[in-house]
Design a protein around this ligand. Structure first.
Ligand SMILES: Nc1ncnc2c1ncn2[C@@H]1O[C@H](COP(=O)(O)OP(=O)(O)OP(=O)(O)O)[C@@H](O)[C@H]1O
Length: 326
């Protein structure tokens, strides 16, 4: 489990103080995946550096499986860091070493006995589906295979936590799917606690149980995936399930509908056409099942003799969140 409490990190730049992280609090239960999203400069890298002790926070705490990393002495930092596996955008493998030698590297650094290294490396390469590529050099591997080696290397020290910093940003869509499936499966098999830093909403939808939006060093929105998508006021839901832009029709009222849970499964629109003698035209829409719940986001044009206020009241009553499109 990762528990970050009131984490703050400031940098001095001449006379200026830059607050890179401002009172960040989040908690990720064991066996689950939490996504951190945010624009450039939001503080994502600073958060990763504070969690991996590459940087010391100015205040606050980072507790991983009961151990407060902010209290770890400098002499113990290396050992504490072994509890955290890191996966980067690029696997950064050593070109002169084979896949198995790359995975072996962190074990060699801590003087693990040779037999133990061979056993462990074989196990890890099988786990990431690369048993037959043990003797291949990075130049003989695809981008996805290199990333698998990187993941195996991150797991070599049996970490409790896996920190994935833009793990699929350099991969094509099909390989991205494979790597995300692998991360999801490993999380369950090894009961890991996983933090994924990403700018790709697809990654959040595909594997995260919960998500936080970081903006100017602060977490401005967070929660389980289904709560965030179903939140009518937040911006994360719209980013996760965006509507394509459409030309505005001046003549008819346009409504943006967010259908969550029961309203996403009920025939709300056909009921609306009956009750209000309305014709409803769907201009744009998306319906998805996320974290086991169904969500729909639709933009509709409504033509009815009845006032639009009555229609929105009916929809709200049926559990649909309604916004009159601008
Ligand atoms: N060593 C540093 N000294 C001074 N300011 C820093 C330092 N590191 C980061 N910052 C500042 O802290 C803020 C957060 O930076 P950070 O790199 O964590 O953002 P980020 O979300 O990772 O951005 P990106 O996605 O572009 O990598 C920025 O305003 C940045 O300029």
């Amino acid at each position: 489990m990762i528990t970050v409490t009131n984490l703050r990190k400031t940098y001095r730049q001449g006379e200026r103080t830059i607050t890179a992280l401002d009172d960040v609090t989040l908690s990720v239960p064991k066996g689950s995946i939490h996504g951190i999203v945010g624009h450039s400069g939001a503080g994502k890298s600073t958060l990763v550096r504070c969690l991996t002790l590459l940087d010391r926070p100015s205040s606050g705490s980072v507790v991983i499986d009961g151990r407060d990393l902010t209290r770890v002495k400098d002499s113990e930092v290396r050992t504490a860091r072994r509890r955290i596996g890191m996966v980067f955008q690029h696997a950064n493998l050593m070109d002169s070493r084979t896949a198995s030698q790359n995975v072996a590297h962190p074990l060699e650094l801590v003087k693990t006995p040779k037999g133990e290294i061979a056993r462990k490396v074989g196990e890890l390469l099988s786990l990431v589906g690369l048993a037959e590529f043990a003797d291949a050099y990075p130049s003989q591997l695809s981008g996805g295979q290199k990333q698998r080696v990187g993941i195996a290397r991150a797991l070599a020290s049996d970490p409790d936590v896996l920190l994935c910093d833009e793990p699929t940003s350099a991969l094509d869509p099909a390989t991205t799917e494979d790597i995300l499936t692998l991360i999801r499966n490993l999380t369950h098999t090894l009961n890991l606690t996983v933090l994924v830093i990403t700018h790709e909403m697809h990654v959040v939808k595909r594997i995260c149980d919960s998500v936080s939006l970081l903006e100017r060093g602060r977490i401005i929105e967070h929660g389980p995936l289904q709560d965030v998508v179903g939140n009518r006021t937040g911006s994360l839901g719209k980013s996760l399930m965006p509507l394509p832009s459409t030309a505005v029709n001046q003549s008819l009222p346009e409504l943006d509908l967010l259908l969550v849970g029961r309203s996403a499964s009920a025939p709300v629109l056909s009921e609306l056409t009956r009750r209000f003698d309305a014709s409803v035209n769907v201009i744009a829409g998306t319906v998805e099942t996320l974290a086991g719940s169904r969500f729909g986001r639709l933009r509709v044009e409504v033509d009815s003799p009845r006032p639009i206020s009555e229609i929105t009241a009916y929809l709200e009553d049926a559990g649909v969140h309604v916004e009159v499109a601008a």
